[in-house]
Design a protein around this ligand. Sequence first.
Ligand code: BDR
Ligand code: CA
Length: 322
Amino acid sequence: MSNAKIPVIIDCDPGIDDAVALALAFGCGKLDVLGVTTVAGNTTGENTYHNARRFLSFIGADVEVARGADKPILRPLITAPDVHGKAGLGGLSGAEDSGMDDDDRDTSGRSALDLITETLLNHGEKVTLVPVGPLTNIAIALLARPEIKHKIERIVLMGGAALEGNRTPAAEFNIIADPEAARIVFESGVPITMVGLDVTHKALIYPDEIEALRKHGRIGMAIAELMDFYGVFYRKRFEGNPVHDALAVAAVFESDIVSTRLLNVCVETSGEFTLGRTVVDFRGVTGRKPNCDVALGVDRERFINLIFDAVKTLEQQSQRRF
Ligand code: BDR
Ligand code: CA
């Protein structure tokens, strides 16, 4: 097996689980993160951009962050303050003692659209896109520069659900937040892996694991605090917290951490009760070509171990810096 790192671009809306996804991406040692782009979703575009910069600086990740869409392609912005807090990173959003200072490093000034398209077109190898927020930036890039399709290895996204939704009974948040964008992405012809609620709701981090994380230095502590906030919402429904976005990152470098089926998935953009549903054709009744590897099973313990390993690595790297 090759030791080469997998080139990726992460598109996110931090967002508590987005932050854990970034920690996993930079701490796993398996990914070459060519850029991080942000999109409005869990909170405003301004907040997600600043949260990404602050969190990446906090974990010591040196990467370009480019700001993307402030609203969905056609619809008004919907956010998730009940899950992620008003500013997106729970109690850490504005806390002066969070250790997360504003990132005052220079910015490239590139937009998310430019970062995505220029990186794809100029990079020597194909690149994997990892969108873990609404799909607005990815859809815009595919529409603006369709030639990028040939440079995308695959899209491993957190979003959708074959069974139950979370924002509505039918729909998952990232898809209903911008259903038109999701439809453009699912109809793009680019290979897609859908890491949806069917698996993220099984990949819970339990309270005793959060307590163990808290003992792993400032990064473990910060992630545990994020989980404390997030748990207030999730513990009403689950025994632990689903760390949705981090599972999509894990599925890039440990693809067999999820088991998948290649199926046709369409995105509902006009249903009265089903807007944003990812309609999965399990029995092939539509005759439509399969376009998506749908994740249906997950190795939870292995996933949680990956998060611990990444936190330990980041913590060791940060101790070397100080
Ligand atoms: C998804 O929605 C957001 O709130 C999370 O960050 C995750 O990307 C889960 O439905
Ligand atoms: Ca997200």
